[in-house]
Design a protein around this ligand. Sequence first.
Ligand code: ATP
Ligand code: MG
Length: 281
Amino acid sequence: MTKLYWTDTQAARLKMLGLDPATAAEGLDTPARRNQAFQAIEKKQVNALKSELADRLTCCRPIRAVQLSQDLDEMLRQQGFAKVSTPTITTRKALEKMGIHDTHPLNEQIFWINHTQCLRPMLAPGLYSLMQDFARLDFRPVRFYEIGSCFRRESDGASHSSEFTMLNLVEMGTPEADRMQRLRNLADRVARTARVTGTRFEKESSAVYGTTLDLVAHPSGLELGSGAVGPHPLDTAWGITDTWVGMGFGMERLLMESVNDDAMGRWAKSLSYLDGIPLRI
Ligand code: ATP
Ligand code: MG
């Protein structure tokens, strides 16, 4: 008996509904039986997804991205961090102070609005500016963080989106000898709060920071966050002399990893998915 598989259209629909089209049901030996099986599977899955969606919209179940943000707010508040919010639009001047000049590799990824303004590719320019002002305060450590949208022209889709959400935390005045340990400790806390199990640290070379300490998902190898410590060569442009530790995490990547997904699409800002649930159902 020859086994029939789903048509390409059926396979695409099953995949879109979150099912594995490779699992061919038994007994699909005629197109009519296969089509009948497809309709039954599709109907069952659509009903299940509608019910999941209703749970989110009637507040029975919180949306994961919202919950993650709240959990991180709570964890960071307990660690003494204040939440800040800086402008989404940044300037050519601020990027230049980050070392991103016309010929810099990241320059290709910037969404320019006009000659002097662009959508921020990272939170660091805004946070550096705050560091400069907070440096005038007479207490240490000064701890703050932002969770906000960043924009980069990206070509690789599985773990990159042109609009994504970054969590960036900064601690100023960390004793010099404790900086690396503190960075690891904060990264572990973020991973634990996001319910990401299995991570490792890797030293990476970065176009902006030189070298970063990255939090990487294990075993997938996906970069979840990149950290740096100061004093750092970039500090001079911002007039900063304090010690500091800072780390930026991709919120969508944390979400994706926490549910063991291998693509970020369902967790990025989207009109096609809500909390990973496809909306075209
Ligand atoms: P990658 O090498 O994976 O492109 P990156 O090193 O360029 O990332 P960073 O500048 O270190 O990224 O940004 C901090 C974090 O923001 C990354 O560790 C990642 O989790 C997240 N991130 C960066 N770019 C994107 C993107 N385009 N889409 C989703 N998340 C991103
Ligand atoms: Mg990085």
